[in-house]
Design a protein around this ligand. Structure first.
Ligand code: ATP
Ligand code: MG
Length: 231
């Protein structure tokens, strides 16, 4: 579904991503882990086209999108749920969902209804101002807003970050259910190691902008990963 090869990305003079190569097979969940500041969000932004790479390539669905602008990538089927959720706090829940459909050529008539079915809590709060929702509800809204476009690849940047521990399990359940639907690839940035190892088909660990470990969860040495994640 997506192949990233030898990607290099810099902020000004400082090189953030170093020769990153990563593969996201169709219908699979790939987890990206690594401690704070190693470049996980930078990689997601680069995949979405919000940052330009200095070299390397990104192929999606058989097409080279290395130089494509963000809206073209969204149109091609890449959905993005940014770290911190990125909802519009002063708009209603419904209007946030509608923003997800923006600039879509042929939005499905029932796209919003489908999200209401999948996320009953979002339906019951559709008229509420999004900023008044709890963190977990906002995260569901952010995911629903990405899903109304029916992406082929969903990028999730730390969906459980800053969410009450009691609600983390709900977000995890939601990601499991997306995986079970089986028609979408997911690149998940996740700090909860247990969850990442339970859900991922393939895990990557990043350190200072480079991939230092990768493999199926069953083949990875957990204590080595923990060292990479420790502060
Ligand atoms: N806009 C920016 N300008 C300059 N440097 C930046 C910018 N954004 C991030 N960086 C730097 O790039 C590096 C990688 O940041 P990035 O946000 O990708 O890390 P991360 O792995 O997502 O961290 P976290 O787990 O805290 O979200 C960090 O050293 C950070 O300071
Ligand atoms: Mg980040």
């Amino acid at each position: 579904m997506m192949t990233i090869e030898h990607l290099n990305v810099s902020y000004g003079e400082s090189r953030i991503l170093n020769d990153v190569s990563l593969e996201i097979p169709s219908g699979q969940v790939v987890c990206l882990m690594g401690r704070n500041g190693v470049g996980k969000t930078t990689l997601l932004k680069s995949i979405m086209g919000l940052l330009r790479s200095t070299s390397g390539s990104i192929t999606f669905d058989g097409k080279d999108i290395t130089k494509a602008p963000p809206h073209k990538r969204a149109k091609a089927g890449i959905g993005y749920v940014p770290q911190g959720r990125g909802i519009f706090p002063y708009l209603s829940v419904y209007d946030n969902l509608m923003m997800g459909l923006e600039a879509l050529d042929n939005p499905k008539d029932n796209a919003i209804e489908e999200m209401y079915t999948q996320f009953p809590i979002i339906k019951s709060m559709s008229k509420r101002t999004a900023g008044t929702l709890s963190g977990g509800q906002q995260q569901q809204l952010a995911i629903a807003r990405a899903l109304v476009r029916r992406p082929k690849l969903l990028l999730l940047d730390e969906p459980t970050e800053g969410i009450q521990p009691s609600i983390v399990a709900e977000i995890e359940e939601l990601i499991f259910s997306l995986q079970k639907q089986g028609n979408m690839s997911i690149l998940l940035v996740e700090q909860f190691l247990d969850f990442a190892l339970r859900i991922a088909n393939e895990c990557y660990v990043m350190e200072k902008g480079s991939i230092v470990m990768k493999g199926e969860p069953s083949t990875l040495n957990e204590s080595v990963i923990k060292e990479y994640l420790a502060v």
